[in-house]
Design a protein around this ligand. Structure first.
Ligand code: MRU
Length: 347
């Protein structure tokens, strides 16, 4: 049975609160824009595709709220977009979703429409964004299989499964698909400091799917690659620049560098829409810097003498030259990435 970590029902966004896992499996019914924006900021819903989907539903809910206060559609749209954009800056999915919703509004507003029709059309568009993500996951898994069918030990970082997406996953769904053919597969899961998306979320999903895994601390990854004879490293992406530079969870760059030194293939798995062809290189990707308190405290207990003396970037940028291939729903991209991406875009 598939997990349903995000759904839209009766004007509520229903999410599995990821901040409480693995201790509690609690669903939240979010009925207004500000609670969805807060859920994105606090990582109750997280993972690039999932926040793209949450943003689309948040847009619909926000527009409905603003229209009911008597605002025009243009005013509502601008206000809601600014509000959602301010939640998390790195994942391109959130921005793509808002762009699509905005385009949908211009298509509808050109016609004879009622607010009810407009809202119905926007709900349909958000549902399409959600469904397309699920279909993209299936295609990524199929496209990845020929590259990976020989592997026995894979290492993955952060959480890229059902929780991080519309319900299946990117790198972790590729791993699930692979496991159907390779029952001897072992997954090494980095705990993913500071918020432990690997040990709390990826391991929780792997338990559910009954796939063998070991959790390692992030700093054990380089030696685990050697000791466990890792065949491939698989990660997701929050945004891929035109040259293949990839923004993903902090620590990804170090894993890629280690993998390169040890001649282990390093694969990025993401929907083609995570490729931001407008951004030529990774230096231009805005990296979210999160609160020092995420490093300085654990369960309310202080871990460093001065909590102000921490630096907590949520993501880093792996140079395209460390990425062996980018596995997307539209196919597998190989270096040089700029050429490959432009070819896929028909340019
Ligand atoms: O801060 P998070 O937990 O939202 O970061 C998530 C990641 O970095 C994932 O690897 C990425 O979004 C790809 S998810 C399929």
């Amino acid at each position: 049975m598939e997990l349903k970590p995000i759904s839209f029902e009766k004007w509520n966004l229903r999410i599995l609160d990821q901040s409480l896992l693995p201790e509690k499996e609690k669903y939240l019914n979010l009925e207004d824009l500000s609670s969805i924006v807060d859920a994105i900021k606090t990582l109750k819903v997280r993972g690039a595709p999932a926040i793209g989907i949450a943003a689309a539903y948040a847009f619909v809910i926000g527009i409905r709220e603003e229209l009911s206060k008597g605002k025009t559609i243009e005013e509502s749209s601008e206000m809601v977009i600014q509000n959602i954009k301010a939640s998390r800056p790195t994942a391109v999915n959130l921005f793509n979703s808002l762009e699509r919703m905005k385009i949908k509004i211009t298509e509808i507003v050109g016609e004879n429409y009622s607010h009810k029709d407009l809202l119905n059309e926007l709900v349909k568009e958000a549902e399409r964004i959600h469904e397309e993500d699920v279909q993209a996951s299936r295609k990524m898994a199929i496209n990845a299989f020929p590259l990976l069918k020989h592997v026995r030990v894979v290492l993955t970082h952060c959480n890229t499964g059902a929780l991080a997406t519309g319900g299946l996953g990117t790198a972790l769904y590729v791993i699930r698909h692979l496991y159907k053919a390779r029952k001897d597969l072992l997954v090494l899961v980095t705990e993913t400091r500071p918020l432990l998306q690997g040990s709390r979320l990826t391991a929780w999903e792997l338990e559910k799917y009954r796939i063998p895994y070991r959790v390692i601390v992030d700093s054990a990854a380089a030696s685990a690659m050697e000791v466990f004879d890792v065949d491939a490293v698989l990660v997701g992406a929050d945004r891929v620049a035109l040259n293949g530079d990839t923004a993903n969870k902090i620590g990804t760059f170090g894993l890629a560098a280690s993998a390169k030194l040890q001649n282990i293939p390093f694969y990025v798995v993401c929907p083609f829409t995570s490729i931001d062809s407008q951004t030529p290189g990774g230096k231009l990707i805005k990296i979210e810097i999160r609160s020092e308190s995420e490093i300085a405290y654990f369960n309310g207990k202080k871990l460093v003498p001065d909590p102000n003396k921490c630096w907590n970037p949520a993501f880093d940028v792996t140079p395209g030259e460390c990425v062996s291939a980018i596995i997307t729903d539209r196919g597998v991209l190989k270096p040089p990435y700029e050429e490959a991406i432009l070819r896929f875009l028909g340019r």
